[in-house]
Ligand binder design. Structure first.
Ligand code: CTP
Length: 412
């Protein structure tokens, strides 16, 4: 996870049994090149010792707001500003309540009040505490304040026989959420001078002048990607199938209807440095589409549709010779089962560099909804990103792509 390298994480450890998982989190963060400074609440010290946290983080652990040495050396104001990201794990019901209420009586809460940096919290508590009306209120307040959440998960609690939603996210999930947060920070102008091509929405394949074949697709994720790339200074062409969305500002939008038109418009928009294929292209078109509306009648036989396969736009662009192929080609894989396995195969069969995989089975509510849970499949492995708004997924993806282009193509 390149986005963790040289990043400074301030980890605030709250007082819960899950605090022991922070030791693993600290180790993994450092393995990826991040530095970790830890603040422990008084309650946290009942579960893990500052000694073990200090040994793993290789930094002095801070516990007291009124420790004169600490204040002279670092000071809680600087502590909160020096970090690239603040992570609160485990975030107990009490700590969430204090954050929502703006308390600042100890070092952990004072740091959280004094910061202008992004905050990611990993709640952990008994399921009844998580579902309590007070916690619901506090979580809603914190989300409205722009605080990011990872977990909690459903499962067994530390207490025997207790199960439900309240388990802290696993260290690997928190790590992925941290990486996604850091990748999502908008680096102004990171794509200036770059040409970006995005496909979005469904295609309509006519049966006759009034009927067509279509895939389910709102186009929201692709439009958010085009907007995020433009916000980073890119010259963006969005080739869009029929959707009910307004043009993102600063983006050149080419509207098409069929897969054949989408392929032609996409090819015409080259060259590009980065191409992201978020469209839900219909796999087949009707070979014998009627010029006039097909009439139904008691005597008329049921119409037969001859289907032919549509061109694969992503595959076509990914297999262009190096002089014409965008440096980074990213496809999407909308799957309803075995998400990662299918996505890995799709990355290879399509010849693209990354696949953004998501589970679009109806119960996820992703299709047409505003949130998305994605996995980024690259040649190096799989990154599981936490559930985020489609806008945030777009920002994180585009920032990740910008960093990759900067690292691989030499241009800033
Ligand atoms: N894609 C494309 N042109 C097509 C079909 C798909 O450009 N004719 C792109 C999509 O935009 C997406 C990726 O290929 O980035 C994968 O799309 P998906 O619908 O998940 O896969 P399919 O190739 O259609 O495979 P299957 O339906 O068998 O899962």
């Amino acid at each position: 996870m390149a986005q963790l390298n040289k990043q400074r994480i301030l980890l605030i450890i709250g007082g819960g049994i899950a605090a022991y998982k922070c030791l693993e989190l600290i180790r993994r963060l450092r393995d990826h090149g991040a530095s970790v400074r830890c603040v422990m609440t008084r309650a946290a010290q009942q579960f893990v010792t500052p000694l073990s946290v200090g040994a793993l983080s290789n930094e002095r652990v801070l516990t007291d707001l009124f420790d004169l040495d600490d204040e002279r050396e670092i000071g809680h104001i600087r502590l909160s500003r020096d970090a690239d990201l603040i992570v609160v794990a485990p975030a107990t019901a009490d700590l969430l309540a204090k954050m929502a209420g703006g308390h600042a009586a100890d070092l952990a809460t004072a740091v959280l009040m004094a910061t202008d940096k992004a905050i990611l919290v990993a709640p952990a508590m008994n399921p009844l505490m998580w579902s309590h009306a007070a916690t619901r209120r506090n979580v809603a307040l914190l989300q409205a304040d722009g605080i990011h959440f990872v977990g909690p998960n459903a499962g067994e609690m530390a207490e025997r026989g207790e199960a439900g939603v309240g388990r802290m996210a696993e260290p690997a999930e928190i790590l992925a959420a941290i990486a996604a947060q850091l990748a999502g920070r908008v680096i102004a102008g990171a794509l200036a001078g770059r040409r970006v091509l995005v496909t979005a929405g469904p295609t309509h394949e006519p049966i006759d002048p009034v009927r067509y074949i279509v895939n389910r697709s709102s186009g929201k994720q692709g439009y958010a990607i085009a907007a995020a790339a433009a916000a980073l200074g890119a010259d963006v062409t969005l080739v869009s199938g029929p959707v009910g969305l307004a043009d993102p500002s600063g983006v050149r939008v080419v509207r098409v209807e069929t897969a054949a038109q989408m392929l032609a418009a996409t090819t015409a928009a080259l060259p590009a440095d980065l191409a992201i294929f978020a469209a839900a292209v219909a796999d087949w078109r009707v070979a014998n589409a009627a010029d006039e509306k097909i009439k139904k009648g008691a005597k008329a036989p049921l119409p037969k549709l001859d289907l032919v396969e549509n061109p694969d736009i992503l595959k076509t662009i990914a297999h262009l010779p190096p002089s014409q192929r965008p440096s980074l080609v990213i496809g999407f894989a909308a799957e309803t089962e075995n998400v990662i396995e299918h996505a890995r195969k799709k990355r290879k069969s399509k010849g693209c560099d990354w696949i953004v995989a998501n589970d679009v089975s109806p119960e996820t509510g992703i299709m047409g909804g505003n949130r998305n849970t994605v996995h980024i499949v690259t040649a190096d492995g799989v990154e599981d990103w936490p559930e985020m708004d489609k806008d945030k997924v777009a920002e994180a993806l585009v920032a990740r792509a910008a960093a990759h282009l900067a690292a691989t193509t030499g241009k800033a």
